[in-house]
Design a protein around this ligand. Sequence first.
Ligand SMILES: Cc1cc2nc3c(=O)[nH]c(=O)nc-3n(C[C@H](O)[C@H](O)[C@H](O)COP(=O)(O)OP(=O)(O)OC[C@H]3O[C@@H](n4cnc5c(N)ncnc54)[C@H](O)[C@@H]3O)c2cc1C
Length: 476
Amino acid sequence: MNDTDVLIIGGGISGLATAWWLAQAGVSVQVWEADNRMGGKISSHQQDGYLTEQAASLLMNSRPDVAQLMNKIGLNDVKTPRLAQAKARRYLLQRGKLQALPMQLSGLLTSPLWSLRGKLRLLLEPFVLAGGTEDETVSQFIRRRLGNEMLEKAMEPYISGTLAANPDLASATATLPRLTALERRFGSITAGILAHKLLRRRTACSTDTFSFRGGMNTLTSTLARGLARTPGVHILSNRGVKEITPIKGGWSVTAATPDAEYNLRTTHVVVATPAPAAARLVAPLDTVLASQLAQIQYAPLVVLHLGLNRQQIAHPLDGTGFLTPRDERQPFTGNLWMSSLFANRAPNKHVLLTTYLGGARQPEATNWNDTRLVDETLHALTPLLALKGNPEMVRIDRHRQALPLYHGAHIARDRAITQQLQGLAGFHIEANYRGGISVRDRIARGQQLAQKICSQLRLTKDKLAISLIPSLSPKY
Ligand SMILES: Cc1cc2nc3c(=O)[nH]c(=O)nc-3n(C[C@H](O)[C@H](O)[C@H](O)COP(=O)(O)OP(=O)(O)OC[C@H]3O[C@@H](n4cnc5c(N)ncnc54)[C@H](O)[C@@H]3O)c2cc1C
């Protein structure tokens, strides 16, 4: 008899979401987290009246299952929607000036951002023959379908700014699963979007971009609190797992703190830690799997938050913020205007700007000291935003391993990981290096894994019931 059906190692959004879906199905589950708090990378901070985010700052959802989770745990009441001005506009840096990015296809065709040649190339997309291979990069895919201008003025800044990745190395299928699927299914992105628009009316929910009162912490802390109140569920921090060993009918897991050692027997284990930690835990069980996990690379990032008096900036800050294409040679990949995105991010008549430095484009920037980070950023922002003076609030969040990079043969590696896991019954790996880095994808993938575990648990229980029958039958 095991102590629990499922033990989840890691209390980031991947682990908590998986636990939540399992708990909905009545499965007994424990989450063991090494840190003294749940949430993993997601962490919101209050400083001098500013509310900053260390990692995810928003959730962009178009999935009914994610909407269902929000609704059921009562997060709908504390959702903070993206403000109208941020919805209406976002900017791109071009030749040293901020240019509004078109939000509709019609606007794209009249926008000064693209040359006539670039626009004509875009219009050719439906006529480009479908092709490409599994290891095609994002740059190859976008150039082939939409042309070089679309790559350099839209996709490269997006991939660098939001995923910290390099489009010349990132796998197109892993990084842009929806766009590549449209080509595979409909022969072109344009045809796919048109067909999708028609289908969407009947199937998916509309796109919703939001955060929460108190920031993204509210998502993970509400999940953790809700789970802790559920019978059969235990959420435990300060439980860094050191060892996993196979036992009959499951796994024995050991965690150690300086004062104590904890051991638990479980039918299923879900490793929801970053890949390097997963590789260390897996090494004694399967060296091939451990080396596949160890191959996953991460981008370092610095998140720099600057709080300023509104009067110090002449720019209207009437949008989400801006991204910087690589040929603009800026010290950062993007700048989010957090106080334009959501209400209550800065004191009245003040603004909060969040800048992302480093990533695969310029990892060396993450080694700069605090003074250099602030100086280089202010120097670059000053002419762009007509900014005067120094910030009244500075906060710097450094991530040595911010985001996993879906570079190279990511799809093949992930398939190999899935195959290798088949040799370890009841052992699962689920975190942001598998199936999407976004919070939305983490919640959706947690549900898929929970469904798989539930069906396996049912199988195990059915098998147990069947194996009990012969031992009972001699009596009758
Ligand atoms: C700067 C930045 C900005 C981002 N912006 C957005 C955004 O706006 N929107 C969005 O959707 N996504 C965003 N993301 C992505 C998103 O935040 C992450 O992909 C997601 O939070 C990762 O969750 P996770 O649970 O997979 O991993 P993690 O959050 O890393 O959680 C893993 C957990 O495992 C624990 N652990 C490790 N080893 C052990 C062990 N041996 N025993 C027990 N526990 C262990 C760790 O302590 C950690 O808590 C951003 C990420 C970053 C870095």
